[in-house]
Each structure stands twice: as C-alpha cells, then as structure tokens.
Design a protein around this ligand. Structure first.
Ligand SMILES: C[S@@+](CC[C@H](N)C(=O)[O-])C[C@H]1O[C@@H](n2cnc3c(N)ncnc32)[C@H](O)[C@@H]1O
Length: 329
C-alpha cells in the first residue's frame, strides 16, 4: 500500500510510473486527489466515468473508508477498472451505465445522497488507440465511434443516412467547423458512389477541404471526428442531464469535479455551475428579482484547474484538460 507522503508527492513522474502498465493515464492525478479535500470517515463517491479505473484507484487509496460506485457505458473499460481496483475489493462497485442515469444508479446502491462526484469526460486511450472502435483518424478502422457497444447508432450510420442539413448542423454545433456546409455537401455527394465505412477515407476528405481548420488549429479531421463522436454518443444531452442529477444527489458540502477536453463541454459545465451558484436568474434589465432562485452550488474554482507542465510533457493528451469544481450548499 502507498503511504500518505507518496500521495502528496509533487512530481508527476510518480503517477506516470504508477500507471505505466495501464491503457489510459488518468489526467491531473494530483489535482483529482485534492478535489474531495481533507475528509475522514465514510465517504460515498461516484466516479461517473470510471474508464480504466485510474482516478478511482487513487481516490480509494487516499480515502481508506470511501465506498466508490464506478459507472461507464463501455464494458471493456469496466473490465480494466475491475482489475485496477481489485486491491480495494469490497469498497467499490462497477455498473455499466450512461452517466445521465446517475441518479438511478445511486438509488440502486441504496444511496439517497453522495459526498463526491467525478466526471472525466470524453474517450479514454483504451478507446482512442483501438482502431476497431473508429475514434481515431490516425488508424484505419470502421466508422463506429460508439462508447457503449450495445448502442445502435454509429458514425457510419450518421454519414450514410443523415440529410445534408443535419450533417451540417452536427459539424457546426459539435465541431464548430468553419466549412461545415461544404463538408456535409461532399459527404452526401460521395454517397452516390459509395457507402462511408472507413475512418481514413473520412480523414482524407477533411484534409482535402482547405480552411476546415483554423491556422494553428487542430489537424483538419480532428473536429470532424469530435463532432461525429458527440452525435453518435449524444454527449451534450448526457452531460447536461448528468450535471443536473449529480448536483441534486450531492449531500450538503458534497463536491462535484468535472474534467473536460474541449470548449463546448467546458462551456456547458461553466454555465451550469454559474447558474446553480446564482442568486437570481432574472433578465439583466429587470429592476428587481422576481425569480426567487436559490443557489444550490458554490463555485470552488473561479478559473478552471489545468495540468502542470511536467504532466503535459509526459502525457500530451492531458494538455487541453480543464477541471471545474463546485460544492453543494
Ligand atoms: C477520459 S475516460 C475516463 C478515464 C478514467 N478517469 C480513468 O482514470 O481511467 C472517459 C470515460 O467515460 C466514459 N463515458 C463517456 N461518456 C459517458 C456516458 N455518457 N456515460 C457513461 N460513461 C461515459 C467513456 O466510455 C470512457 O471510458
């Protein structure tokens, strides 16, 4: 077992070694260990995106009396998490679930309220680095992109059946792509001759549309793949519903931390925390408050927490991460 001084070790190398054999390195491990704060006694924690169990394993090590519920919609990730957490056997349960169902899963545990909720959004390296999942434009694979393999919708289905208007909306809304209309048009035009099946074919189309990405922005296919993944997995709905329900099941003083990887997600988290922390939701031109809104959260991080340089040097995928934390009033 690790000692308390090791948890507080400031060098990222310690955590890098701890997860050297894991298919996914948990982002901001030091910061995640601190979000719950100095609590003693029994703690009920939900890791709503347990993934390969990285963050959960750290939480269970730091808080010996914590009981943790880990959720993920990906069965393969849950298998890794089960092994990773085995040292804390009896103190965790894993459930295959979408995090929009967080309230029902807490009820399944017999929990009326919880002390902490963690959400580490997006996909894990386990998913991203597996060509058969179709998340990466760097490998050839099927246009799948489902986080949960029991879901029916795939990227190929969206590309082969959606109208040009719907495709344009997906690329503009979820990818903020500048040439969303042109990309949608070309996808539909190619459908006349072929069915969309391969990640590299889609990536090639993106590379061939000039100006799809801003100068110095991400590689052209990145935003297109992000947009499709978000549509396939209904990610915006999932996030909004989970934030609302997680905030409701937090006990007074309970903490929620959300790690996001792009501006669309971060904006949703920021606005949700701001709304829940607000004493009034009336339009700004109302002379006096008529809504009677009662704040339910206190914002802990006025600015998002971001990874330190020593982590980014060892894990490039951590670079865009932003963590926002709020406390239940
Ligand atoms: C960035 S990874 C989390 C990694 C994890 N924190 C760790 O340390 O291993 C995100 C995980 O969330 C899962 N996920 C994303 N959206 C989800 C949703 N709506 N419901 C349940 N799981 C979701 C993905 O399947 C993935 O395993």
């Amino acid at each position: 077992m690790n000692t308390e001084s090791e948890y507080n070790e400031k060098s990222y190398s310690y955590y890098d070694k701890l997860f050297a054999d894991s298919p996914h390195k948990p982002v901001m491990p030091r910061e995640t260990l601190e979000f719950i704060g100095e609590k003693t006694g029994e703690l009920k924690v939900i890791d709503a995106t347990v993934g390969c169990g990285g963050h959960s394993s750290l939480i269970l090590m730091k808080y010996p009396e914590a009981v943790l519920l880990g959720l993920d919609r990906d069965e393969k990730a849950l298998e890794f998490a089960k092994t990773k957490l085995s040292a804390a056997s009896g103190r965790f349960r894993l459930m295959k679930s979408r995090f929009s169902e967080i309230r029902a899963r807490a009820t399944d545990m017999g929990w009326l309220s919880v002390d902490a909720v963690l959400m580490d959004l997006g996909v894990s390296s386990l998913q991203l680095d597996d060509p058969s999942r179709g998340f990466s434009h760097n490998f050839d694979g099927p246009l799948d992109m489902r986080m949960g393999l029991d879901s029916e919708n795939t990227a190929a289905r969206i590309l082969n059946t959606s109208s040009e208007k719907d495709l344009k909306r997906i690329f503009r809304e979820f990818g903020e792509i500048r040439k969303a209309g042109r990309l949608a048009r070309e996808i539909v035009a190619r459908r006349e001759k072929m069915r969309w099946t391969s990640t590299l074919e889609l990536a090639e189309l993106c590379w061939n549309i000039p100006g799809i990405s801003r100068r110095k922005g991400p590689p052209p296919p990145t935003l297109c793949f992000q947009a499709l993944r978000m549509a396939v997995n209904n990610e915006m709905f999932e996030l909004k519903k989970a934030l609302e329900d997680a905030a409701e099941i937090l006990a007074p003083g309970g903490i929620i931390a959300v790690i996001s990887f792009h501006s669309l997600e971060d904006r949703v988290v920021k606005l949700f925390f701001r709304k829940e922390a607000s004493t009034c939701l009336c339009p700004p031109d109302f002379p006096e408050c008529r809504c009677g809104h009662k704040p339910s959260l206190e914002i802990v991080t006025k600015k998002p927490v971001t990874p330190m340089q020593d982590e980014i040097e060892k894990n490039r995928r951590a670079a865009p991460a932003k963590m926002r934390i709020a406390r239940k009033l």
